[in-house]
Design a protein around this ligand. Sequence first.
Ligand SMILES: [Zn+2]
Length: 269
Amino acid sequence: MVIDFHTHVFPDKIAKSTIDALHSNSGNIPYTDGSVQGMLDAMERANCDVCVTLPVLTKHTQFESVTKFVCQINEKFSNCERKLISFGGMHPQCENIYEKMVELKKLGIKGVKIHPDYQNTFIDDEGYLEILRSAKKLDLIVVTHAGIDDGYIGQPVKCPPNLIKKAIEQVGLEKFVLAHYGSHLQWKEVLDVLAGENVYFDTAFSLHQIDENTFKDILYKHGDDKILFATDCPWRDIKDDIAIIKSFNLGKETEDKIFFKNAIKLLGI
Ligand SMILES: [Zn+2]
C-alpha cells in the first residue's frame, strides 16, 4: 500500500492556468495537468492508493471557495478504494481562525495546509501560532511548506528550521507536518535543529535532491515513526519517488511505516 501525503489538485476550470503560472514561476515541470483526473492517472501509474491533497490559500478571502472544493473532493471519494483526501487551507490573515477551524472539523476535514512563502508571512507570526493552537485544541493536522520555495529564490525564507523550532516550542502541536523533509534544501539545519522533535517530516519534492546519506542521517536521528511518504505531485511523478525510496534499501519495516503505516495512524483511517 502507498499513501502520498502531499499532492495538489485544482478545480478543472483553473487547473491549466494555475499549473502554467506555477511552472513559469518556479521552472518545475508538471507531471499532471493539475486536475483531479490527472492525479488519478498519476496514482494509477504508481499503484498509489491514497493521496492527501493540500490546497493553499494565497489570499484569506479564498477560504469559502476553497472549502467548498475540498468538500466536493472528499464527498466524491468517500467510498472509493483509490482515493483523494483533501485537507482545508488556512491563511494567517483569516478572521476568526479558531471558528473557521471548528467549521472544517465539523465538515470532517482532517487537517489544514499553510504556506508561509505564498502567504508572505513568517511561521512564527501570531496568525500561524493561532492556527497551530486551534489545531491542537481540535485535534487537527497542520501541514506547512518548510524551507526554500523554488518560486521565491533570493527572498527571505518564511519557514526555516530555526523559526519552525520557535513555533514548536510555543505551541507543541504533535500533529504538525513539515513538508519537504523538514525544510526544502536546508537539510543540514534540519538534522541539527529539527530532527528528533515531536513533529512529522514529509518527503515531498526532496527525494530527487537529497543525497542518500543525508536522508538516512535525518531518518535515523528523527525516527521512522514520524516520516511520511509524499511527492508534491504534480511537481514530481509518484512512481519515480517510490522508486527512490526503494533504492535506499531501508528494510521492509521502515519502508512500510514511511509508505503508509505512519500516515494511516496520523489520519486515523
Ligand atoms: Zn506542495
